[in-house]
Write a protein that binds this ligand. Structure first.
Ligand code: SF4
Length: 401
């Protein structure tokens, strides 16, 4: 369980928490920061039990509460857009926990939750009868795995690979499962509509080996790259990702176009993803410091830069300027999603709609502002083709609202 939680660390680094029920009284502990850095070896090795949950999150989790049917300890991925109108709790995790524990059982708790909220979620909850898992409308992935009679649910199947679990299947949108020593069973299948899968998981959020709703993240990314090359060809000497998240898109672009794929930026491993910092200054600082150009590969070259998205344009402007200063002949950008027009309401993000550069200026103006020789974005049609899902099944709210 510890390892499985560790392999979700890319999803958040603010808090990590573990809860285990076993021989001893329930163990629940939350630390600020990353799991591996904050939990001592003693704490982890000393854990004994048959069931537990682990969380990495921007809020303190897991959350414990007493319910009418006993206590539950709950971990939550998602966002409740209207929770401030609904209660006095300090955050939406506490709000969700109270709603669920106020009902007679977990299933009724989730039924009440989906009646009351606007938002989306995946939830795991540790109770004396087992571990409950519930998925909302589909934006937050949840997958079930198995290993020699042990079961696990996780936000990403990347958690299963090294601990030796195999994928059983995705928890379906609207499904509520109970997992315990007898195995797993579906307690309820709620009819939630419309079902919408979290499109950005495939493009950016999830780790490449993850299979979400039967589509592998790595192949979706390569497919988008391939479609970008096919639809927006360019004469160039080298294709380079903005690491790390542009890497697989760049591979697809390179294969389709025949232009060699080279990393002309090396990512300094100890930097965080650049959208996480709260202030503009911190973002500029990170964008400037996290990528180091390979100078000898740049002068005189026509370069295609591939990135997963452009939010504020900070990183792309910085990269294009560095390349021009180091003598690049041309810099073209190909972006793996349509122009971002709105902040995501379904996750914890610091950005606002107005932060999105595409909200404030035309594509021609963005190209000029970012010092690019050409700029092209993937279209919704390309994402449909790459994922194999039609637009009515895809959440597209950060592009079209
Ligand atoms: S709005 Fe965008 S980031 Fe948010 S869930 Fe939908 S696709 Fe994902």
């Amino acid at each position: 369980m510890y390892l499985e939680t560790h392999y979700l660390q890319h999803r958040s680094q603010t808090y990590s928490g573990l809860a285990v029920s076993g021989k001893n009284p329930l163990f629940v502990r939350i630390h600020g920061g990353r799991l591996g850095e904050r939990f001592s070896q003693q704490e982890v090795v000393g854990l004994e039990g048959k069931m537990g949950i682990g969380c990495v999150s921007s809020e303190k989790q897991p959350v414990s509460s007493f319910s009418k049917s006993g206590g539950i300890v709950l971990g939550f991925d998602g966002n409740i857009i209207n929770y401030s109108n609904l209660g006095e709790e300090s955050n939406d995790v506490n709000y969700v926990s109270r709603i669920i524990s106020d009902q007679r059982n977990f299933v009724q708790g989730i039924e009440k939750l989906v009646e009351e909220i606007k938002g989306d979620f995946s939830i795991v909850a540790l109770a004396k009868e087992g571990i409950y898992a519930a998925r909302g409308w589909g934006r937050k992935p949840l997958i079930l795995g198995r290993k020699k009679g042990a079961y696990a649910v996780s936000s990403e199947s990347v958690s299963f690979i090294n601990p030796g679990f195999e994928i059983v299947r995705d928890v379906k949108p609207g499904e509520i499962l109970l997992i315990n020593q007898k195995g797993f069973k579906t307690l309820a299948q709620l009819d939630l509509s419309p079902v919408k899968f979290g499109t950005f998981e495939w493009i950016y959020t999830a780790y490449p080996p993850f299979i979400i709703d039967r589509k592998e993240v790595a192949s979706v990314r390569k497919n988008i790259g391939r479609l970008l090359a096919k639809n927006y060809p360019v004469d160039a000497d080298v294709v380079s990702p903005i690491p790390n998240s542009g890497k697989l898109h760049a591979k697809g672009f390179s294969r389709e176009s025949g232009i060699p794929d080279e990393e002309i930026f090396i990512r300094y491993d100890y930097s965080d993803r650049s959208y996480t910092p709260a202030t503009q200054e911190e973002r500029y600082f990170q964008a400037e410091t996290k990528l180091i150009p390979m100078e000898e590969m740049i002068a005189g070259q026509r370069i295609v830069l591939i990135d997963d998205s452009i939010v504020r344009g900070t990183q792309m402007l910085n990269r294009a300027s560095v390349l021009k200063e180091l003598g690049a002949k041309e810099v073209h950008a190909r972006i793996a999603c349509p122009p971002l027009m709105a902040a995501c309401e379904y996750g914890k993000t610091t950005k606002k709609d107005n932060d999105c550069i595409a909200q404030r200026m035309s594509l021609e103006k963005i190209q000029e502002e970012l010092r690019l020789d050409s700029l092209k974005y993937a279209t919704v049609e390309m994402i449909e083709e790459a994922t194999g899902y039609s637009r009515d099944k895809l959440c597209l709210e950060c592009w079209v609202r």
